[in-house]
Design a protein around this ligand. Structure first.
Ligand SMILES: O=C(CO)[C@@H](O)[C@H](O)COP(=O)(O)O
Ligand SMILES: [Co+2]
Length: 221
């Protein structure tokens, strides 16, 4: 029997002028986490939001805030995001020369640490920190923008991560990028249990139907 799957809508594709209402709409639709994409214009070409927006989101939702840091030198901002109310902070392995130390500093703030892998990054890069994290984020597009096409080969990393994680049944494997009813089954079959979806959720007026269509697509896996 497969593990239960959680839905984490990415607010990157939401209407930033109405963030509270957007979060409420996906909460009513059954979202489990709110995924927050932080971009700095350096690690990735795009610039999005920082700790003040996370603090504002914290005031309007009780759902876990899943903060995905696509920034260079993330160590500089871990405490700020933790203080702002993040429940999870995920850093990119490609941005962390001292990954183990960065993970420990996230944990020291009381926030759950995660590590993310770009499509071209081999899963071996996180093998020796798997026991230190709560989540591995397998990017299924190149980070930086919403609305890109799913890269199918990326999910081939997931069975390896699961194998190396051994009996760590609590380790979340999250996929992020191009997730919709046609791609979600490929990720879940490979062993993903957290699905981030931005445009497939916020790009549709009926948020319940948007989440429902993804859940229905994976219902019989
Ligand atoms: O981290 C990222 C992009 O870098 C994502 O979280 C996107 O926001 C997902 O958007 P869609 O591909 O689902 O539109
Ligand atoms: Co993301």
């Amino acid at each position: 029997m497969r593990r239960s799957v959680m839905m984490a809508p990415s607010i990157l594709s939401a209407d930033f002028a109405r963030l509270a209402e957007e979060v409420e709409s996906v909460t009513q639709a059954g979202a489990n986490w709110i995924h927050v994409d932080v971009m700095d214009g350096q690690f990735v070409p795009n610039i999005t939001i920082g700790p003040p927006v996370v603090a504002s989101l914290r005031r309007v939702t009780d759902l876990p805030l899943d903060v995905h840091l696509m920034i260079a030198n993330p160590d500089r901002y871990i405490e700020d995001f933790a203080r702002a109310g993040a429940d999870r902070i995920t850093v990119h392995v490609e941005a962390c020369p001292h990954l183990h130390r960065t993970i420990q500093s996230i944990r020291a703030t009381g926030v759950k640490p995660g590590v993310a892998l770009n499509p071209a990054t081999p899963p071996e890069m996180v093998r020796w920190v798997l026991e230190d994290v709560e989540l591995v984020l397998v990017m299924t597009v190149n980070p930086g923008f919403g609305g890109q096409a799913f890269l199918p080969r990326t999910v081939e990393k997931i069975p390896l991560l699961r194998e190396w994680a051994g009996d760590r049944d609590d380790l979340c494997v999250e996929v992020d990028g191009g997730i919709d009813p046609s791609t979600a089954p490929k990720a879940v079959k490979a062993g993903a249990d957290v699905l981030v979806a931005g445009s497939a959720v916020f790009g549709r007026a009926d948020r319940k139907k948007a989440l429902g269509d993804i859940l229905e697509a994976i219902a019989h896996i």
